[in-house]
Design a protein around this ligand. Sequence first.
Ligand SMILES: Nc1ncnc2c1ncn2[C@@H]1O[C@H](COP(=O)(O)OP(=O)(O)OP(=O)(O)O)[C@@H](O)[C@H]1O
Ligand SMILES: [Mg+2]
Length: 315
Amino acid sequence: MAGRAVFRRDEFMTASLDFGSVAIDLGDYATSGLRIVCVGPSGTGKTNCGLLIAEQLAAQGWVSVLFDREGDIGALYEPMRDVAAFETYLRGRQDPILVVPVHHTDDFLHYGRIVQQVVNEARQPIFLMIDEAQMVSAPRKRQNQMGEASDLMNDFIERGRKRSLDLFVTAHRFSGTLHRTIFSNKNLTLIGRQEDPTAWPGLAPQFQSTKIGYPELAALAPGEFFCFSPRGVEKVQMPMAAALEAVAPKATRAKPALPTTYAEWDRALRDIPTPRLKALDGPLCGLLSTIAGLSTAQVTAGRRAKRDELEARPS
Ligand SMILES: Nc1ncnc2c1ncn2[C@@H]1O[C@H](COP(=O)(O)OP(=O)(O)OP(=O)(O)O)[C@@H](O)[C@H]1O
Ligand SMILES: [Mg+2]
């Protein structure tokens, strides 16, 4: 018998996410699927992140399902009337974005089980956004509806990969709020401003081996996040989701930042043709760095990324 083929989702191979100055190449997630966790207190821009990702994936072949806890998304899109309508729409895949009113644990169970059924039967990409997940996931086992909801959440997280189900979950805090299955299986993490220093001990392990500490986290503005992906950690200024932009007062545009970290340089250099990359050397490189006002650390990271990039290319 032939060896088992590596499980790979083709839709990821050509897909990407645009987080403003940072692009996430979804090819990195072809074998794992996406399990995004977005953490931050009220007003950090979590819902906007989820909407933005939902819109971008919806434009690339996914059906995005938004579980709307607070009714704020339903105000932007027409929400589903009932469970039966939702099932029809989800199976039909005509509408790329479906908003579902999930105000109680009960709603989560009804609509969630439809999602579970549909992904079990038809393995076509679905992106599920679960805002305010502390309402449907608990750190400890419970016997009531909350326990059932928590089990359903864990099922999404653990079995989503092979069912073409990608997830986005938000929470106010990092630990102690959701079941640990969610945190131990996440593979794209967005952490927004934390003004409460008592939240730091729960977050600190995430930032280990980065130079980022609590002061940097506390200094983030709304819409700014530290983004952890397989390529490293980067600060991102999330663009506004189109649905929100249509109703929100204009946000001031962030000035595009020059690459700082190795991962940022790595991304910036990837699309530069080899002869040009080779020409970026010696005194010219120093002159350009000075004009651009790059710090020594930035230049060092850039040189290293360039060397690695050239070595990785066929000569
Ligand atoms: N990327 C962004 N750029 C500029 N402003 C933003 C951005 N994201 C969010 N905001 C502003 O912050 C406000 C709150 O955003 P959002 O509702 O997404 O936060 P939240 O974290 O979901 O808050 P809550 O926990 O209360 O639901 C928005 O109304 C918007 O004005
Ligand atoms: Mg929100």
